[in-house]
Every structure is written in structure tokens, then in C-alpha cells.
Design a protein around this ligand. Structure first.
Ligand code: OFO
Length: 164
């Protein structure tokens, strides 16, 4: 495996792990406040990010690289509203997308078409996740401070979760 690409993939492991920890923290925040639908949404998102991380770990190791399991700093848990929770979700997804785009760019620079091909799965995944995050944020903007709107949002959020 090309060392520069291996390094980038290992960094990507950390970004996926951070997203998984962040979404677990967000699930817990929602759980405590009685938003059970939102909590389930983020528990599932957290699991999905863990799957993305493991996929990278296995890919690196199978191609005679060395996957490094990173330590993760404490995720945010100080959200003031559902709106802030979902803004954080979108920001996190946009950050990961930018990092994936950078891996793709470097793959092309190094003519690593194998990893380039592998990363296409992540590109498609990010497109979907960003779209879900934007849709949910748009709904919250419509709802504003309406408490019954928040109730319905929490009740119906599972209809927006991707099926994988
Ligand atoms: Fe790993 O899929 Fe989003 O971040």
C-alpha cells in the first residue's frame, strides 16, 4: 500500500470513529430529554459510523497495510436545542465528506486506482447522509419553537433513516 494513502486511510478511521462517538453522545442527549425517536436515529447513525470505521480497518489490513486504532477525545454533549443537535450532525457529515474528497484527490495524484475504487462507496454514503441531515434541518427550521412540532418530528424521524 502506498504509504501516503495508508496514512490518509488511517486518518479516515479516526474521523469515522469520532463521528460514531459524536452520534452516540447525541443519541444519549436526546434519550435523556425524552426524544426517543431522535435517540434511536442517532444510536443507529453511531453504529453505522462504526461499520464505516471497521470497513477501513479491514481494507488496510487486507492490503498488507497496518490499521491504527485511534484514541478519541470526548464528544460534544452541550447542545441547547434539537436544532443545534442537527446542525452538528450536518457539520460533522460535511467535514467527513471533505476528508473523503481529499483521499480521492490524493489517490488520483498517486495513481492508486484500487483505493480510489474502494472509496467510491464512501462518496455515495456521504451524499445520502448529507441529504438526510439537510432534510431534517429544513424540517426543524419550519417547526421553529413549536413544541407539538418537535413531538411530531421525534415521532416521525425514523421515516428519514436510510435503510442499509
Ligand atoms: Fe461515515 O458516513 Fe457519514 O460520516
Amino acid at each position: 500500500m502506498i504509504p501516503e494513502i495508508e496514512k490518509l486511510l488511517n486518518e479516515q478511521i479516526k474521523f469515522e470513529a469520532k463521528a460514531s462517538a459524536q452520534y452516540l453522545s447525541m443519541a444519549s442527549w436526546a434519550d435523556i430529554r425524552g426524544y426517543n425517536g431522535v435517540a434511536d436515529f442517532f444510536y443507529t447513525q453511531s453504529e453505522e459510523e462504526r461499520v464505516h470505521m471497521i470497513k477501513l480497518v479491514k481494507f488496510i489490513n487486507e492490503r498488507s497495510g497496518t490499521a491504527v486504532i485511534p484514541s478519541i477525545e470526548k464528544p460534544r454533549d452541550d447542545f441547547k436545542s434539537l436544532m443545534e443537535l442537527f446542525e452538528t450532525f450536518l457539520t460533522s457529515e460535511e467535514f467527513v465528506t471533505a476528508k473523503i474528497n481529499n483521499v480521492i484527490y490524493e489517490c488520483l495524484q498517486h495513481k492508486d486506482y484500487n483505493v480510489h475504487n474502494f472509496m467510491q462507496w464512501y462518496v455515495a454514503e456521504q451524499l445520502e447522509e448529507e441529504a438526510v441531515a439537510r432534510t431534517l434541518l429544513d424540517k426543524l427550521k419550519i417547526i421553529g419553537n413549536d413544541k407539538s412540532g418537535h413531538y411530531l418530528f421525534d415521532r416521525d424521524i425514523n421515516t428519514f433513516q436510510e435503510n442499509k
